[in-house]
Design a protein around this ligand. Structure first.
Ligand code: KE4
Length: 437
């Protein structure tokens, strides 16, 4: 075990805890589910992070998926430096917003018109508001283990940080509000049929991660999305694809082009901001024209479409559009996933490996993971031990069993080789340390 001193990081984190809730600005960063001292990052470049003590890590969090090009890509940072000198926020329309919107609308078949916002939460929150207005209905159907941000409507049976912290539903959401959200089971269309049958003409929309990545990675079965599309259409409900993670990750056109499904509304985030705060929601013109100032559905934002984030997004999408980008990225990810699976199979440790494109999760579960119930059967203590062994050897995975590993274009073949060697060592250490739950 290569212990790394992190005295400076710990000192900074102590100060952070005095001023920031839990020392963090997003709960999953607090390492509550894996124990130990959270990382404090000083800088990042390519696929590597440097903490405040100068320790280097191969980064598979990549700002939770936003940095598909890796950290501080020279062309993105040059564009940002140039734009900063031209102003960081105009509070009025700029041509940059038009440019990025044009690239996004051209990439995703289901989009005719979009609205930029500053976070995935704003995008999904606004998407369900429009869906309720468009259909005149109040109920929202989501899937257990999926995460759509922290708006009140999404905080029941959600994945990501709520699953990590074991929060089934958040205090502060009035029961009368929580009752408006129905939860079905991912990959189980029968549970969706039951909810539509028991709430006829009351469900405004179904919102889904087309590839679930917030209960850990759980790909859809081949029938799930087509049947969901058919069911929502038949019941007069809208289908919302939350592509905050999958958008421009699984393909340049997102999951909707991979699976050939056209949702009514799409939400995007992370990658389209190139590492700066930008997200978007959009869809058919007849839906989006309900949004102010064209229609009465109100949604607004001071920094929506700000020029800095637009420039970072534009540069990022320009680089993603390069021929062979996704083929190269997915080939690298496939090599990593195959190597992780081989390491797991030969380690004697019980586990499953789920993946989709450049997303993957190693579940310490005795059986295949196809939904949230399956994900929750994972041995999170063993995951925590594995996470720590990997971190101490210089590989940073998401500090939760219920998150994804993200591969970026900046991960080199040498990074992949080092990760696989570290995984083999870490699994051996985990096996010798403690038996499975
Ligand atoms: P933000 O509000 O965090 O920008 O986006 C919310 C969101 C919406 N939809 C999906 C599918 C998402 O994955 C997210 C946010 N993802 C988490 C990581 N799984 C963000 C990390 C965090 O909460 O710190």
């Amino acid at each position: 075990m290569t212990h790394r001193t992190r005295n400076r990081s710990q000192e900074i984190f102590r100060q952070a805890e005095q001023l920031l809730v839990g020392g963090v600005n997003s709960p999953v960063r607090a390492f509550k589910a894996v124990g130990g001292e959270p990382l404090v990052i000083d800088s990042a470049a390519g696929a590597h992070l440097l903490d405040a003590d100068g320790n280097e890590y191969i980064d598979y969090v990549c700002s939770w998926g936003a940095l598909i090009l890796g950290h501080a890509h020279p062309e993105v940072t040059a564009a940002l430096a140039e734009q900063a000198r031209r102003g960081t926020s105009y509070g009025m329309t700029s041509e940059l917003e038009v440019e990025l919107a044009r690239s996004i609308v051209r990439a995703l078949p289901a989009l005719e018109m979009i609205r930029f916002v500053s976070s995935g939460t704003e995008a999904t929150m606004s998407a369900i508001r429009v869906a309720r207005a468009f259909t005149g209905r109040n109920l929202i159907l989501k899937f257990e283990g999926c995460y759509h941000g922290h708006a009140d409507s999404f905080l029941s049976q959600a994945g990501s940080g709520l699953a990590t912290l074991g929060i089934a539903s958040s205090p502060g959401v009035p029961p009368s509000f929580a009752e408006l959200t129905l939860n079905a089971s991912y990959n189980d269309i029968a549970t969706v049929e039951k909810l539509f049958a028991s709430h006829p003409k009351q469900i405004a929309a179904a919102i889904v991660e087309p590839v679930a990545a917030n209960m850990g990675v759980v790909p859809p079965t081949s029938k799930f999305l087509p049947e969901l599309r058919e069911l929502t259409r038949r019941n007069g409900a809208l289908l919302i694809f939350d592509e905050v993670i999958s958008g421009f990750r699984l393909a340049y056109g997102g999951a909707q082009t991979v699976f050939g499904i056209e949702p009514d509304i799409t939400t995007l985030g992370k990658i389209i901001g190139g590492g700066l705060p930008a997200a978007a929601y959009g869809g058919r013109r007849d839906i989006m024209r309900l949004v102010a100032p064209l229609g009465p559905v109100y949604q607004a934002g001071t920094l929506s479409g700000n020029p800095l984030a637009m420039r970072a997004g534009m540069e990022t999408l320009r680089l993603l559009a390069a021929r062979g980008f996704y083929e190269d990225l997915n080939r690298k990810a496939e090599r990593l996933v195959a190597g992780l699976r081989e390491a797991l199979d030969s380690s004697g440790v019980v586990g499953q490996l789920n993946s989709a494109g450049s997303l993957a999760t190693l579940f310490f579960s005795p059986q295949p993971v196809r939904d949230y119930e399956g994900a929750k059967k994972s041995d999170t203590r063993r995951f925590a031990a594995f996470f720590t062994e990997m971190l101490d050897r210089g590989v940073f995975l998401a500090p939760s069993q219920f998150e994804a590993l993200f591969v970026s274009a900046a991960h080199t073949e040498e990074d992949i080789d080092r990760t696989l060697a570290t995984c083999r060592e870490s699994l051996k250490a985990v096996l010798s340390a403690a038996p499975a739950d």
